[in-house]
Design a protein around this ligand. Sequence first.
Ligand code: ADP
Ligand code: MG
Length: 321
Amino acid sequence: MGEFELIRHYFAAAACAQAADGVVLGIGDDCALLQVPAGEQLAVSTDTLVAGVHFPAGAPGELLGQRALAVAVSDLAAMGATPLAFTLALTLPEVCSAWLADFTAGLERMARQCGVRLVGGDTTRGPLSLTLTVFGRVPAGQALTRAGARPGDLLCVGGALGNAAGALSFVLGERAEQPGSAELLAHYWSPAPQLQLGQALRGLATAALDVSDGLLADCGHIARASGVALLVEQQRLPLSAALLACMGEQSARQLALGGGDDYVLAFTLPAEKLDALRAMGQPVQVIGRVEAGQGVHLLDAEGRAIEPRHSGYQHFGTHRD
Ligand code: ADP
Ligand code: MG
């Protein structure tokens, strides 16, 4: 199967590639054309996943398709944007029709869940890698950035932490399945971008991001961009029953602080907005607060500073603040 036939068969024909609001022109021309409503801005983000680095080389196509899109769309959630479209640059070692059908099925499922359309891409031969670019729309001036946290704000997250990191040893086949492991694996392979939460946070949160590299590392981004200190209370970290069952409390906590891939939102919120957010039915867990200063500080139950063991994954070097 040649490149063009492959694109037509697997991508142009996919349900998620059909006409939709905001997509003036999809797959098949030199560019796609997107229409952003007046008064809104386009939010754009790219993510690359490389076999052997971001996922095991033999990962099932379907799981990979849904995870790759979820990871990309999560960045739109973190900005408070509504998904519009995405492009897919796919590098494949060979054309395997069963794998491509599985991959597209996973992509379709997540595209439906997130309400996002495939509008273009590129298909090349080489070691397996995926680059997804997502486009969303957000009312002008209302996107949630990392830069607005203020002393006195609460530090919050949108759900349990450490589940995806806890799944890793099961993903890699290093551990046998056990009670709770299926739930952790579901978090890893099918993260749910917190789109509704992100949109609800517009006008309420002062800063936000999605936790991809680990809570402490990602909080460091907010602290730096906002010029404040973030205090994380270890006792208040939300840990799932599955993670506690598989890892025990000590390791669960370390995974919640340093493990990546959770894709829950972390955000800062003026205390007086907390009730409004809860009244909207949004998941919100307070895990700390913002103070004047800099860096991220972990506190024990008595409010004393603790030195974290590690602060998250970085591809190039491991510096700490
Ligand atoms: P060009 O040579 O103009 O860059 P291509 O031949 O690479 O165009 O692609 C033809 C059309 O198919 C374009 O609209 C492109 O966006 C789309 N396309 C290519 N690969 C993919 C893919 N993996 N998924 C979705 N659309 C794709
Ligand atoms: Mg091309």
